[in-house]
Design a protein. Structure first.
Length: 222
């Protein structure tokens, strides 16, 4: 009971700092995933329609290479190139987001039955119409799954952004460890968990809404 009352007092006293850290964490995570989607989804679509297999292998190998670099090492590499703060943190997390989103997009488009696309082509569907009316609706669950998993990972990895001066909830954790204040550590950790759970829930809701809204992938005369 004493800890609870002390913790409530701590939250009251440090709420402005906590809100700043939460906002910074949200910005870093959201911008990183948004940039990853803008780049990885189109690349995944292009690779799914590409017939030159070695090109796909090269792109996936490069993306996989980025995934294997330890996060702290990548942040350290970016410091002399870009400096410290949010920019290198966002770039590093953006690079980490590419592989899962791109691979899920590629897998989703590859999973579409070729006979369905051939039938659509025979009915007069253009390439864009096949993409929008057939491939995208059928691939949407794969794409959203990649985005959801990536978002949770990015929110987790963003706690390391504080090590290069980017702020975020990791700043509360590191500061708490530095001064041995368990309230700071607990607050930073639990808010990161809550943020990941909320993001996953909201993306799940968006996925269901989009799935219900997209045009049926049935082939009709163009």
């Amino acid at each position: 009971m004493n800890f609870l009352s002390d913790y409530v007092q701590f939250l009251t006293d440090r709420m402005p700092d906590i809100l700043v850290a939460f906002r910074e964490h949200l910005i870093i995570s959201f911008v990183s995933v948004a940039l990853g989607c803008l780049v990885a989804i189109p690349i995944g679509i292009i690779l799914a329609g590409n017939r030159i297999k070695f090109v796909n292998s090269i792109v996936f190998a490069l993306s996989n290479l980025l995934q294997t670099i330890p996060s702290l090492a990548l942040l350290a590499i970016l410091i002399p190139l870009i400096g410290v703060g949010m920019k290198p943190a966002i770039i590093a997390l953006f690079l980490y987001s590419l592989m899962p989103i791109m691979r899920n997009t590629f897998t989703g488009f590859q999973s579409v039955n070729p006979s369905l696309l051939e039938a659509a082509r025979g009915m007069g569907y253009s390439r864009i119409q096949r993409l929008v009316n057939i491939q995208l609706p059928l691939s949407l669950p794969y794409i959203m799954s990649g985005i959801r998993v990536t978002t949770v990972y990015i929110i987790s990895w963003a706690t390391l952004a504080t090590l290069i001066g980017a702020g975020g909830l990791g700043q509360l954790i590191v500061a708490g460890m530095g001064v041995n204040k368990k309230e700071l550590i607990f607050t930073g950790a639990i808010l990161a968990v809550i943020l990941a759970l909320i993001a996953d829930f909201l993306l799940g809701v968006i996925e269901k809404w989009l799935t219900a809204r997209v045009k049926s992938p049935g082939v009709k005369p163009a």
